[in-house]
Write a protein that binds this ligand. Sequence first.
Ligand code: AMP
Ligand code: MG
Length: 188
Amino acid sequence: MRYVVVDLEATCWENVRIPGRNEIIEIGAVELLSSQGPPSREFARFVRPVAEPELSDFCTRLTSIRQKDVDSADLFGSVFFDFVDWVGDEPFILCSWGAYDLNQFRVDCARHGIPLPPAFERHVNLKTAFASAFGVKSCGMARALEYTGLAMRGTHHRGIDDARNIAALAMLFLPSLEAAGLVPAEKV
Ligand code: AMP
Ligand code: MG
């Protein structure tokens, strides 16, 4: 089975969590042609937010994404169209660390009046899958890397770097998940 590991960055504010306020500012993704990998293709694009176009200092500190990165980026509709095109028509399972990324896609698709492709609902939450595969409490990506002895590569909280690190983690346990029949079946 083919896997698309995605990690999104979004506008954010320190100690502020208001559902629906955050907007995607980066889509990072890595394709694995099988559960063992290796990574075959990557997608990395910034997105220009529309509701609150100015990034908070906190957001830039957290993600390292600068105002000029998003000012020169395309809007969500265009980048998401390119992402769906990049994903392609062959069956795949979307993977991300937690439930956040799939939900953020739903939020931004709704904001821009774009239907979320039904194939995106075939999703593995790698955070919960990692916890059950390794018999540990559910934890963040950085902790999971430490636990497994994998080095964190790139800049934490950059979508493409997070996606690469999450893909490295996924390759450790997706094969056993697949062998146990625990990956979601194609929706008919
Ligand atoms: P991550 O994939 O962990 O880099 O997080 C994805 C997005 O979640 C970030 O781009 C932020 O919008 C938000 N986020 C992550 N950590 C925090 C935090 N400590 N405070 C506020 N928002 C956060
Ligand atoms: Mg991230």
